[in-house]
Design a protein around this ligand. Structure first.
Ligand SMILES: [Zn+2]
Ligand SMILES: [Zn+2]
Length: 353
C-alpha cells in the first residue's frame, strides 16, 4: 500500500496542516505550502503492508487485524487498525497517510478542514472545566490531559425530501356567565396538514468507534467551509475511513428528518385551545448521500481511576463531555449556604417568638 508523506521540500521535516493559515507548514523551517499544490507535486515511495495480527494464545476471538507500515523517513514500524488511514510514526513523528484508505470507493467527497489548533482545544477545555464549579481542582491542571488528538471522523451526509400528511382534532373553548348560569362552548375542528420538507446534508457518523450521541452533540458543523477532499488536510491529524456503510446509517438519519418534519407541521396547527394528533404519516420521497470527513478533537483524562472522554468540534470549538462531580468541592459550596439559611431561620424564629 502506498503512503503519502509530507516531507518539507526545503529541509526534509515532517509538515503539518496548520488550521490557522489553512496551509501545510513545516514546524522546523516555517516554510508554508498550499495544500493542493503540494500534494499534486509530491511523489512518495514509502509503502506499507497489511499483516494479520497473530491470534491470541488463550483462544479468545482475535482482535481487529493490525496493519504494519514502514516509515519512509526512519524505517520504523507503524501499526494501525484497518480503518485508521492517517497517523504518525511513533519513532520520528513523520505524518503518513495510507492512500488506499482515501481513494476509490473510500474517497471522501468533501472535508471540513480543522480550524482550531491543539492549543485552542486545550484553552477551550480549561475554560470549560473552570466554568463548572463542582469539579475536582485537579482537572484544571493542564498536564492532567492524558491525550489530545485531532481526528477526522467519517460522516455520511444525507439529502432527502419528506412527504407529510397529518390529521388533528382541535378545539376552541369559550366560557361566559350570566346571573343564573355558567356557559361553556366547545367548537371542534378537523385540521389537516399536507406538504413536503427537504433536508440537506443531515450528518450521520460512519465510524463504529465513535459514539453516535457524542457526535450528534457536536453539531452543527458549518458546511459552507467544506472543500473538495484533498489528502493534504490530513497531515498531522488522525483520520479514519468509514467502517459503517451509508445504508446502515440511512434509517437513523431519515428518522431524524421524519421527526423534525412532523414537529414542523404540527407547530403550524396553532390558535386552538387543544390539539390532539389523530394521524401523522411521513414518507421519504427521495434520498441521496455524500461522504465527508469532519474535524473533531478528542481529549481523555483519568481521575480516581476512571476514564473521561471529552470531544470538541474542530471547526467552531463547541465542547462536550461529562465531568465528574467532586463531593469535597460541593461541600465547600453548600456548607456556607446552608449555614446562612440556618442563621436566617433562627433569626426569623427569634423575632416571631
Ligand atoms: Zn522545513
Ligand atoms: Zn519514522
Amino acid at each position: 500500500m502506498a503512503l503519502q508523506e509530507y516531507e518539507c521540500p526545503a529541509c526534509g521535516g515532517a509538515m503539518e496542516f496548520n488550521p490557522h493559515t489553512q496551509k501545510l507548514r513545516c514546524p522546523y523551517c516555517d516554510s508554508e505550502y498550499d495544500v493542493k499544490d503540494f500534494v499534486a507535486n509530491q511523489n512518495s515511495s514509502s509503502s506499507g503492508e497489511a499483516v494479520e495480527s497473530p491470534a491470541p494464545e488463550d483462544g479468545n476471538t482475535p482482535s481487529e487485524p493490525l496493519y504494519v507500515y514502514s516509515c519512509g523517513s526512519c524505517g520504523g514500524e507503524i501499526l494501525a487498525t484497518e480503518s485508521l488511514g492517517s497517523t504518525k510514526c511513533p519513532f520520528c513523528n513523520n505524518n503518513i497517510v495510507v492512500k488506499e484508505k482515501f481513494t476509490g470507493e473510500f474517497k471522501p467527497d468533501y472535508i471540513i478542514p480543522f480550524q482550531k489548533t491543539k492549543e485552542d482545544a486545550v484553552n477551550i477545555y480549561t475554560n470549560f472545566v473552570k466554568s463548572k464549579r463542582l469539579v475536582p481542582k485537579v482537572f484544571l491542571e493542564e498536564n492532567h490531559i492524558d491525550e489530545i488528538k485531532g481526528v477526522y471522523v467519517p460522516f455520511w451526509l444525507f439529502d432527502a425530501k419528506e412527504s407529510f400528511s397529518g390529521l388533528y382534532e382541535a378545539t376552541k373553548i369559550r366560557s361566559w356567565s350570566d346571573a343564573r348560569y355558567n356557559y361553556t362552548e366547545t367548537k371542534y375542528y378537523s385540521v389537516t396538514r399536507e406538504g413536503t420538507e427537504s433536508f440537506e446534508r443531515v450528518p450521520a457518523d460512519g465510524s463504529k468507534e465513535m459514539p453516535d450521541d457524542l457526535m450528534e452533540s457536536l453539531e452543527p458543523f458549518d458546511y459552507d467551509k467544506a472543500v473538495p477532499f484533498n489528502m493534504g488536510y490530513l497531515a498531522g491529524f488522525f483520520a479514519n475511513k468509514y467502517n459503517v456503510e451509508a445504508k446502515e446509517c440511512e434509517p437513523h438519519a431519515l428518522r431524524r428528518m421524519g421527526t423534525t418534519t412532523a414537529a414542523d407541521f404540527r407547530s403550524t396547527v396553532s390558535g386552538y385551545s387543544s390539539v390532539r394528533v389523530q394521524r401523522e404519516d411521513c414518507q421519504t420521497v427521495n434520498s441521496s448521500y455524500k461522504y465527508a470527513l469532519y474535524p473533531v478533537y478528542m481529549l481523555s483524562t483519568t481521575w480516581s481511576g476512571k476514564h473521561y472522554i471529552f470531544a470538541m468540534n474542530g471547526q467552531n470549538g463547541r465542547f462536550v463531555g461529562d465531568l465528574p462531580f467532586s463531593p469535597m468541592q460541593a461541600l465547600k459550596y453548600f456548607i456556607p449556604i446552608s449555614l446562612i439559611s440556618a442563621a436566617l431561620i433562627f433569626f426569623v424564629l427569634g423575632f416571631v417568638l
